[in-house]
Write a protein that binds this ligand. Structure first.
Ligand SMILES: [Zn+2]
Length: 638
């Protein structure tokens, strides 16, 4: 659905949520998720029990119910799983049938606008999947209620920093109703909300933030400084200026969105593609952590930004986070997750680390390590990626934004039904095949994103190679498509090396980051966790069974061939050490003086480093497959 005037146009438009079905490894991954915590959490976690305020009970009445639904709704419908759809419908149904006469929604005792913002995101998705006619009238009544009360009860705390999340839902409704009062409400939210644009040119936090800077003392509530350095707020805020540009029509807002992303990457980017925040911005050291909520919220922000701005590089970033940082922070069966993941993560135990503000539970794998926000919010990561693989172009074409096996059924070229089957082992393999089947021959542009790293990409249509395919762009194929047309996109995945913290080496191949495979010993934590008793979920510590303190030897005259690539079939659990579908073999030596410091890998030896230990063959696996890993390596002088 295109933007209604006076909104500015998008570069690309999200497709109706029913258009894309994940297949292949991606569908299996969603099934793993459904068989794990996402499909069962409400059966035993008190905050999502029948006593939730979002089901009319007296229990948790803030963000956890809506967070859960924001991921459960797309997961259930993308899998077409009747039991999960039943659960999602039950939760959404209570809100839909309990709107108060004044238009307010949700638990009566909640007076915070923030959790309602999340519920609106869940409701818009539910409406697209189900067509439930109650959603739009409920939203109209709610927004009228909010507009009438916003002056006396302005945005505060989380809501003040996350206002753009509500504007996304307001614009969704405006495009369906054209009610101009909605744009007035959006302006009120922007006026009351935190001004992220003002700091986009120069991020005020340029290194690991300290507790003193944040003003966090026992008994003192969060200040605005703490909220503006907060990782999840920053992840959500990445989209703010892009979303606002649709209302403002001001080109400087679009520029601010790109600047804001650039600033946070300049000072806080980690090898996994996400920035550090444990749980405030924490600088570039690869032993700093990233909170899981920030991972999934950065993905959602990038999905919004890709649609509005249309930059291919934003989709490179989305894939990097989704294929690396997201799977890395879950156990392979998705029954346990971390609060904070580390790129150089050599020990996950119930002990303090040098986090900016988080506690000792933060990097263990479990049900609700450190704090339960991620337990509630983590479910949106995979389903929203699946829903964003394809978008529509403003000239009635289709754009492949990110790549994974999928099945697309939609309309192109005004009104012709088109079915596209995308078969691929991407991100592990380099070939992507599209079968294009319009019901009748029809002309439309098919845009294929060529990643920035894919310098030698090729595109063929029915076996004929096309000209002008270049990296870091959307490549457009405009032709009259016929039933049975075959498009093959090949994205050769050479091993790439880049420099990281203290001149370390980061190894990438295609969209995947590669990490040292370390033997993992998983042991259950029997006590000491702040969690409810008696659940089917288990908390785990993970200890290394093999050395981790290696440097890499890189033949600088021929760095790419320093790595042997071993490809395997993609099995049922690609994001596990044993199931890794790609391995790299490299040469390295132990660095004996590189040891644990405060339960993390100690100070990263500055490269070039030296070692007189024997040369060994090392195995590197995808970052997302390795639950213990080194991802920023010292480079050894050979
Ligand atoms: Zn969280």
């Amino acid at each position: 659905m295109k933007n209604r005037a006076p909104l500015q146009p998008n570069a690309l438009y999200p497709l109706p949520l029913t258009a894309i079905k994940p297949t292949g490894w991606l569908r299996r991954q969603l099934q793993i998720q459904a068989d794990g915590l996402s499909g069962h959490l409400d059966e035993f976690w008190p905050d999502l029990s029948a006593n939730s305020g979002w089901l009319g009970g007296t229990g948790e009445s803030w963000e956890r119910g809506p967070y859960f639904l924001d991921g459960l709704v797309p997961l259930a419908y993308l899998l077409g799983d009747p039991a999960l759809i039943g659960k999602a419908t039950k939760w959404v149904g209570w809100t839909l049938s309990h709107q108060r006469p004044d238009g307010s929604i949700g638990p009566e005792r909640n007076k915070d606008w923030w959790p309602n913002m999340v519920m609106l995101k869940a409701l818009t998705q539910y409406q697209e999947f189900s067509g439930d006619p109650r959603v739009i009238p409920l939203m109209q009544r709610y927004f009228r209620y909010q507009a009438a009360h916003l002056a006396e009860r302005p945005l505060q705390e989380w809501a003040k920093f996350r206002w753009a999340d509500e504007v996304v839902s307001i614009l969704w409704l405006y495009n369906r109703t054209g009610d101009a009062s909605l744009l007035e409400l959006a302006r009120s939210l922007q006026h009351q909300g935190y001004n992220w644009k003002a700091e986009s040119a120069h991020l005020p936090f340029t290194r690991k933030t300290t507790k003193e800077e944040l003003g966090l003392k026992p008994g003192v509530s969060n200040t605005e400084i703490a909220l503006s350095a907060h990782g999840v707020n920053n992840a959500m805020a990445l989209k703010t200026s892009a979303v606002w540009s649709l209302v403002s029509g001001d080109a400087s807002d679009r520029q601010a969105a790109r600047q804001q992303l650039g600033e946070i990457e300049k000072y806080h980017l980690l090898p996994s593609g996400i920035f550090s925040c444990d749980e405030h911005l924490a600088g570039p050291d690869p032993v700093q952590g990233t909170e899981l909520c920030s991972v999934v919220e950065a993905q959602f922000s990038l999905e919004q930004m890709i649609a509005i701005l249309g930059d291919a590089s934003l989709a490179d970033r989305l894939e990097k986070i989704a294929f690396n940082a997201l799977p890395a922070t879950f156990s392979a069966d998705m029954w346990a997750h971390q609060y904070d993941q580390q790129p150089n993560q050599v020990l996950c135990t119930l002990k303090d680390r040098d986090w900016t503000t988080n506690g000792p539970e933060s990097n263990i794998f479990g049900l609700e390590p450190n704090f339960g926000c991620c337990t509630a919010n983590m479910h949106q990561g995979w389903p929203k990626l699946a829903a964003s693989l394809w978008m529509a172009t403003p000239d009635d074409g289709l754009a492949a934004v990110a790549y994974s096996p999928s099945d697309l059924s939609t309309v192109a070229g005004k009104s012709t039904r088109v079915h596209i089957v995308e078969e691929t082992g991407y991100p592990f393999q380099s070939e992507i095949r599209f079968s294009v089947d319009p019901t009748t021959p029809v002309e439309f542009p098919l845009l294929l994103r060529i990643p920035g790293w894919a310098q030698e990409a090729t595109v063929t249509v029915n076996g004929h190679r096309l000209e002008g395919v270049e990296a870091a762009q959307f490549y457009s194929i405009r032709r009259r498509w016929q039933r049975g047309d075959q498009v093959v996109l090949t994205l050769p995945m050479r091993v790439r090396l880049s420099r990281g913290y203290r001149d370390s080496v980061i190894v990438e191949r295609g969209p995947l980051v590669f990490s040292l495979r370390i033997g993992e010993d998983w042991s259950k934590i029997e006590k000491g966790m702040s969690r409810p008793a008696k659940t089917p979920a288990v908390d785990w510590e993970v200890r290394p069974t093999t050395p981790w303190n290696y440097g890499l030897i890189i033949e600088r005259t021929d760095p790419v061939h320093a790595f042997e690539v071993v490809e395997k079939p993609i099995g049922n659990s690609p994001f596990s050490p044993a199931g890794a579908p790609v391995e790299l073999r490299a040469k390295g030596r132990l660095i004996p003086e590189w040891k644990l410091e405060n339960n993390s890998a100690g100070t990263l030896p500055k490269s070039p480093a030296t070692s007189s230990e024997r040369v060994e063959t090392l195995t590197l696996i995808p970052y997302g497959s390795a639950k213990l890993r080194i991802s920023a390596f010292p480079e050894l002088v050979n």
